[in-house]
Design a protein around this ligand. Structure first.
Ligand code: UFG
Length: 331
């Protein structure tokens, strides 16, 4: 019988912790592997916690030996576009070398199924192009470049060592657990929706809109927002896809609907009934004008059925968690 244990790197982080909950609800045992550099031990609620760093190969080997996972879900990564432009070396070292250590340890432990968290940032800025899984990957920031490199590693390890993989390229993940057990909290926070909710709650002065001169209808960046609960449901389907012996596959995870920064601000006002204090500022280096998925492969092939990915639901769920857990997580 296949083990029900799944190694979840980054299980203490925003998306990883939601994946652990979804895995537990689907009958798996998620083992979180996380160094808590950006994640939170308090978010590890749904299975064992193995503290460790991806750059520590001997710790990785020990955890594979102890838990004998059937598969790996790999979320652990640095994920801030702006930071990646200022300190690309850290992104290459921690994301790419970390992933290389992980897959080498997985192959050594004969744990060959990998579900990988990639990003639409691997596509780069391609105005007026529908971004589907066959679109060229031309990242414009070091974060996207590091994730593309990890995709290449997976392909090479598949050819050489029989690794099997599902790669998910996320668009903008938002929202929180509908039961408000876990949510999104980064320190420092850089993401639009949590920053907006902090501004509404008076925890920061206000939001700065980064750029109003993009070639978009209202001049602000357009993004495709997907609910974290829907996103992690796709990961459980991806795991089952591999366990059913289906082929290595790449799936975009987005809704196909784009919203500008100004539209997100308007929706937040409507959902919370509070105005979002904001000012306008210059563009943030590394930002693409528009990133919207043009694929429904996840729906047609994987059977993904997003339930909560309207902007209203995402903001409502994020706001509920924000209010229920006003201090969020603490180290
Ligand atoms: N934005 C602002 N002001 C802020 C923060 C964000 O105007 O204070 C804008 C950004 O310029 C961008 C949009 O809001 O246009 C969304 O920004 P986020 O930082 O929330 O998200 P990103 O689009 O930069 O990044 C996200 C994920 C990455 C992923 C990327 C793909 O965090 O992991 O989407 O673009 F790679």
């Amino acid at each position: 019988m296949i083990s029900k244990t799944i190694l979840v790197t980054g299980g203490a982080g925003y998306i990883g912790s939601h994946a652990c909950k979804a895995l537990k609800n689907a009958g798996f045992t998620p083992v979180t592997y996380d160094n808590c550099s950006t994640g939170w031990e308090q978010a590890v609620k749904f299975g064992p916690f193995a503290r460790g760093d991806l750059l520590d190969r001997s710790r990785l080997d020990a955890v594979f030996t102890q838990y004998k996972p059937a598969a790996v879900m790999h979320f652990a990564a640095l994920s801030q576009v702006g930071e990646s432009m200022q300190d690309p070396g850290r992104y290459w070292r921690e994301n790419v070398t970390g992933a290389l250590n992980l897959v080498e340890a997985a192959v050594a432990a004969n744990c060959l199924d990998v579900v990988f968290s990639s990003t639409c940032a691997t596509y780069g800025d391609q105005d007026n192009v529908v971004l589907d899984e066959n679109s060229p990957q031309r990242p414009i920031n070091a974060y996207g470049a590091s994730k593309r490199a990890i995709e290449d590693i997976l392909h090479d390890f598949t050819a050489a060592h029989g690794l099997r993989h599902v790669i998910f390229r996320y668009f903008n993940v938002a929202g929180a657990d509908p039961e408000a057990e876990i949510g999104e909290f980064h320190q420092p926070e850089t993401h639009l929706i949590p920053l907006m909710l902090d501004a509404i709650a008076g925890k920061r002065d206000g939001l700065t809109i980064f750029g109003t001169d993009y070639p978009t209808p209202d001049g602000t960046c357009v993004r495709d927002y997907v609910h974290v609960s829907d996103l992690v449901d796709a990961h459980v389907l991806g795991l089952k896809w591999l366990q059913d012996g289906k082929p290595n596959r790449v799936f975009n995870l987005g809704t196909g609907d784009g919203f500008s920064v100004r539209q997100v601000i308007e929706h937040s006002h409507a959902v919370t009934n509070r105005a979002v204090p904001h000012v306008t500022g210059p563009r943030r280096p590394g930002d693409c004008a528009k990133l919207v998925s043009g694929s429904n492969r996840a729906i047609t092939e994987l059977g993904w059925a997003p339930q909560r990915s309207t902007l209203e639901s995402m903001i409502r769920d994020a706001w509920r968690w924000h209010q229920n857990t006003p201090n969020h997580y603490e180290k």
